[in-house]
Design a protein. Structure first.
Length: 292
């Protein structure tokens, strides 16, 4: 109808261009067949590798997912995106690792070479995942809620509205991690002092979690004994625990209050109060609960 109503050739060509652009945007990518050698080489490589190691192959034989189990029984996937020049050029490799995974590739290589490099990388990260799995299994992790294998941080509950965020170096998981305490000052300041005073006691021959317990002289709340609700309170402003995936991370310093808030909620609340004052990017004001 739009083409029929064009008054002249120039208008017709412009309308035709617009219609074709819209049609191409709404059309799925056309499958361009690859040379026969590509398919024969890929199938041969998969057979040599073993179909029991293949988790997924798309219908166009351009994406392959391989599965592997590390020495501790953890399941891992590597996704291979192959281009038409395979095996002259290596596939793009996507993994859930906390470090970069760079494939060493020669034109005569095959999928089994990538798979062996994948297995070697899994073993090099074994101690890191051991440390993170112990934290996940024996403590209450507030964030991330469902950690990926690539996640290097854990926010661990210590007590009521008190937690520590640890950033673990995946290359040196048995060394002292970066620690950031969250909670009221009168609670976290003694913890900071203990950590600073006991740093020299860190023992790389024992687990990261046990080192944290020893240095801070605490027992983290156990998943076997306590429920998350025993020490994780909702935000005092939005009355929810999760806000855009984050847990409350600001706490009133008054020992009689200790109400937690999301940083975003507290910032918005304080901005609206005439009694609040701002110094650079920090806002000072009263607690919405106790007015202290």
């Amino acid at each position: 109808q739009r083409l029929h109503s064009c008054p002249d050739l120039v208008s017709f060509m412009m309308e035709l261009k617009t219609v074709l652009e819209i049609a191409l945007k709404n059309t799925p990518d056309l499958h361009i067949p690859r040379p026969p050698e590509y398919y024969s080489c890929l199938v041969r490589d998969l057979e040599i590798l073993g179909w029991n190691k293949v988790a997924y192959v798309d219908t166009g034989l351009t994406t392959v997912k391989l599965k592997a189990e590390d020495s501790c029984g953890r399941q891992h996937l590597i996704t291979l995106k192959l281009n038409a020049k395979y095996p002259t050029e290596p596939p793009d490799c996507l993994v859930d690792f906390p470090v970069q995974f760079a494939v060493s590739w020669m034109p005569q290589n095959s999928l089994i070479d990538i798979y062996n490099q994948f297995l070697a990388a899994l073993e090099s990260l074994k101690e890191f995942w051991d440390a993170m799995d112990e934290i996940d299994g024996k403590t209450w992790v507030l964030e991330p809620e469902n950690p990926r294998r690539s996640a290097t941080t854990r926010r661990i509950a210590i007590g009521n509205n008190v937690s520590v965020n640890v950033e673990v170096d995946p290359r040196h998981p048995n060394m002292l991690p970066e620690c950031y305490f969250l909670g009221a000052d009168h609670v976290v300041n003694p913890l900071r002092m203990k950590l600073n005073n006991n740093m020299h006691l860190w023992d790389p021959d024992i687990s990261l979690l046990q080192n944290l317990k020893d240095l801070l002289d605490i027992d983290f709340p156990s998943r076997a004994v306590l429920e998350k609700s025993d020490f994780a309170k909702d935000c005092g402003i939005c009355y929810a625990y999760r806000l855009d995936g984050t847990a409350p991370d600001q706490v009133c310093d008054d020992p009689r209050c200790g109400q937690p808030f999301h940083q975003a909620c507290l910032y918005e609340w304080l901005q609206a109060l005439p009694s609040s004052r701002q110094s650079f990017n920090v806002i000072f004001g009263e607690c919405p609960y106790c007015n202290k």
